[in-house]
Design a protein. Structure first.
Length: 175
């Protein structure tokens, strides 16, 4: 096997990215503290043609050097917007008939591998690195998904969690 160089990967350019059909998922970042995590989420969103990212509350916004460092240009390809209040964003998405999914450890959560896709666009809510998704946001969700974990740690980093969830949803949407 020979490693491929970037030129061998035949990726689309930003203009093509903007015009291709997107994966019907919106990622909502609820007060994410680390700009590096935000940049990583942008990069994952680019990789899976995610429709939109909504940055809420204290979540850093482009242009930001740490976002740029992790995103590697994905802030130019992925649609994003900023909202001061996560609940306002969730309510707007509900009005647009999105299925709201919190990614959180909660009572009666659905394990990611058991989650069944709804027949409408999905908005996944990713929470703060310390406190997770705000309880009022969890209360507004149609469903809460939890990633099964088997070790001693209580959670995964938000950028890792986003990658795992998006990969699983993308596979289900494209099955």
């Amino acid at each position: 096997m020979k490693k491929l160089k970037n030129k061998d990967l035949q990726r689309i350019n930003i203009e093509e990215f903007k015009s291709v059909k997107k994966t019907p998922i919106t990622i909502v970042l609820d007060n994410v503290r680390s700009a590096l995590n935000v940049g990583s989420v942008f990069r994952t969103a680019d990789a899976f043609l995610i429709e939109n990212i909504i940055l809420c509350g204290i979540t850093a916004q482009p242009p930001n050097k740490d976002i740029r460092k992790a995103a590697l240009g994905a802030t130019d390809s992925v649609n994003w917007e900023y909202s001061k209040n996560t609940m306002d964003t969730v309510n707007q998405l509900i009005e647009k008939d999105y299925y709201i999914v919190g990614i959180e450890q909660a009572e009666n959560s659905t394990l990611l591998n058991e989650f069944e896709l709804p027949k409408k666009p999905i908005a996944i809510i990713m929470g703060n690195e310390v406190s997770g998704v705000a309880q009022e946001v969890v209360d507004a969700c149609n469903e809460v998904i939890e990633i099964p974990q088997f070790g001693t740690k209580h959670s995964l980093n938000i950028s890792v969690t986003t990658g795992v969830v998006i990969w699983d949803l993308w596979k289900k949407l494209n099955a």
